[in-house]
Ligand binder design. Structure first.
Ligand SMILES: [Fe+2]
Ligand SMILES: [Fe+2]
Length: 274
């Protein structure tokens, strides 16, 4: 992993993402990535019941006997909805469009749009559509706090959420790849798509940590596990795929970049305080 200060992160983002176009919500290099995914489309042989998926999208309580494959796909469809909601809200309020907005903020906002797309391509392998659903009430309030508190105080809070997001994307992506291990191409693409999100989110964690004081970084570490548990509770499908023991094990030790390194195709960036 590359470790440098915030300026180094800026350079890393420009190299990874290419030019950022806020108006059209595009990052040049990420478009090239998706063009490649489109030309090499993969289709799973599993038949997933579309009606059951649509029903699952409308409920917050998955059926007791839900198949793990369907639970994984619902968790995939729902996991990023809170972040999507937050990014949309920030965008509506012009959070990252002032003349003095730092370039990395624009990249980070656009990366979040791509996360929705990366997950949509997981669903696409099963012929499932992407749906927008508002996150649950508790999550909506949580996101609003993160979006609207003054920026210098938000980094610890947002950083802890990014850490929790890393744990969730990592555990869910691995569990998904294991579920479809009998279809190696599908499993590999799940790893690729989830891995790209994870690479970005690790960068977001590092950035928040770099912008925090020592106290802020302490708060990030303390809030990491409770927020991860909140995410798991708010999207109960996650715990139908990732076992509670696996989640407990992950959260029993401090957040560690080493947990992720073998699951990534692209080199992540960890910004360090300058
Ligand atoms: Fe994200
Ligand atoms: Fe993020």
């Amino acid at each position: 992993m590359t470790i440098a200060n915030v300026e180094g992160y800026r350079d890393y983002l420009t190299e990874r993402n290419g030019e950022a176009d806020l108006l059209n919500r595009r990052l040049v290099n990420r478009e090239a990535f998706f063009a490649d995914i489109e030309t090499h489309r993969i289709r799973s042989h599993r038949m997933i019941d579309l009606d059951a998926f649509e029903r699952g999208m409308r409920t917050r309580r998955p059926a007791r006997d839900i198949a793990p494959e369907l639970a994984f796909l619902l968790a995939t469809a729902k996991l990023n909805q809170a972040e999507r909601f937050g990014v949309g809200l920030g965008e509506t309020y012009g959070k990252n469009s002032a003349g003095d907005t730092l370039p990395e903020r624009v990249h980070m906002e656009l990366e979040e749009h791509y996360h929705t797309r990366l997950l949509a391509y997981v669903l696409d392998m099963f012929g499932l559509p992407f749906r927008v659903t508002p996150p649950a009430f508790v999550m909506r309030q949580f996101v609003k706090v993160a979006v609207f508190i003054p920026e210098n105080r938000s980094f610890a809070f947002v950083g802890a959420s990014e850490m929790a997001g890393c744990a969730m994307f990592n555990l869910l992506g691995q569990a998904g790849a294991a579920l479809f291990a009998d279809e190696p191409e599908v499993a590999d693409r799940i790893r690729l798509l989830y891995g790209e999100i994870l690479t970005d989110e690790i960068g977001h964690v590092g950035y928040c940590a770099a912008r925090c004081s020592d106290i802020g970084r302490g708060i990030m570490r303390v809030l990491y596990a409770p927020i991860a548990r909140l995410f798991a509770r708010q999207t109960p499908e996650i715990l139908r795929v990732v076992s509670r023991e696996t989640l407990d094990e992950r959260l029993s030790h401090p957040f560690d970049f080493a947990d992720f390194s073998e699951h990534l195709r692209s080199t992540p960036f960890g910004a360090a305080p300058s």
